[in-house]
Design a protein around this ligand. Structure first.
Ligand code: ADE
Length: 232
């Protein structure tokens, strides 16, 4: 899978050289490139923002650098080129869930455009729709200073679903949200730690009973912490 990230703070993404995603990049499973939006400016100050038409607080990202960036990244020039999925993180977008991650993990080419300030000139979204499928996606109902942290989270959630990125695919199955429930509690040695015992059933060797217990724990936790997940 190819992922391009455009940001005015590319060093935010240095963390993506670490751990499983770093390995996936090294092995070529994940072709991830982070680009500086200012590389598509042409003035001495490498300007990416300007005052909003109609007035109001803050600055708006200018359309020209975004247009040039999208033109370059959307057309790879390679034969068999497919239209990319172009994602703009935004608190005004659809909420990102495990289902979103699963869907996006099937795409050939993702482009993430990180907005800052009061956002990006609206015409950029219209223009991007000519080049690919545009999605505005929110990490949750709170406001960040820009899209970078949201894109870090999305790239990690999507990247780990690409076949070969997580060594043991079974570990993807038994996780919170994969089956619509929260994950069951886990324990390791020692069996007694600071007077706290591991639930005896886990030491019983009865795999059927352990599976039933874990399911019950998933349901109980989900009811208590996230009843909204059980609504439908
Ligand atoms: N940019 C600012 N806030 C955001 C959020 N909650 N999700 C995605 N991008 C954002």
């Amino acid at each position: 899978m190819r992922i391009d990230v455009v940001s005015i703070f590319p060093s935010y993404f240095d963390g993506l050289t670490l751990s499983l995603l770093g390995k996936a990049r090294d092995s070529g499973i994940l072709d991830l490139t982070v680009r500086d939006l200012r590389d598509w400016t042409h003035d001495r100050h490498r300007t990416v923002d300007d005052t909003p038409y109609g007035g109001g607080a803050g600055m708006v990202m200018k359309p020209e650098p975004w247009g040039a960036a999208l033109d370059e990244l959307a057309h790879s020039g390679e034969p068999g080129d497919t239209r990319p999925t172009i994602i703009f993180p935004s608190p005004a977008g659809e909420v990102f869930t495990q289902a979103t991650a699963r869907d996006l993990a099937t795409r050939d080419h993702l482009i993430f455009g990180c907005g800052r300030y009061e956002g990006i000139d609206e015409r950029v979204f219209e223009y991007a729709a000519d080049l690919g499928e545009v999605r505005l996606i929110s990490l949750g109902d709170y406001v960040l200073n820009g899209g970078e942290v949201a894109v870090m989270a999305m790239v990690e959630a999507i990247g780990r679903l690409i076949p070969g990125v997580v060594g043991n695919p079974e570990s993807l199955v038994e996780e919170s949200h994969e089956d619509g429930l929260l994950e069951y509690p886990s324990y390791t040695k020692p069996s007694v730690w600071r007077d706290r015992e591991v639930p005896p059933i886990l030491l019983s060797g009865n795999h059927r009973a352990i599976a039933d217990w874990r399911r019950e724990q998933q349901l109980e936790r989900t009811r208590r912490r996230r009843p909204d997940l059980l609504d439908d």
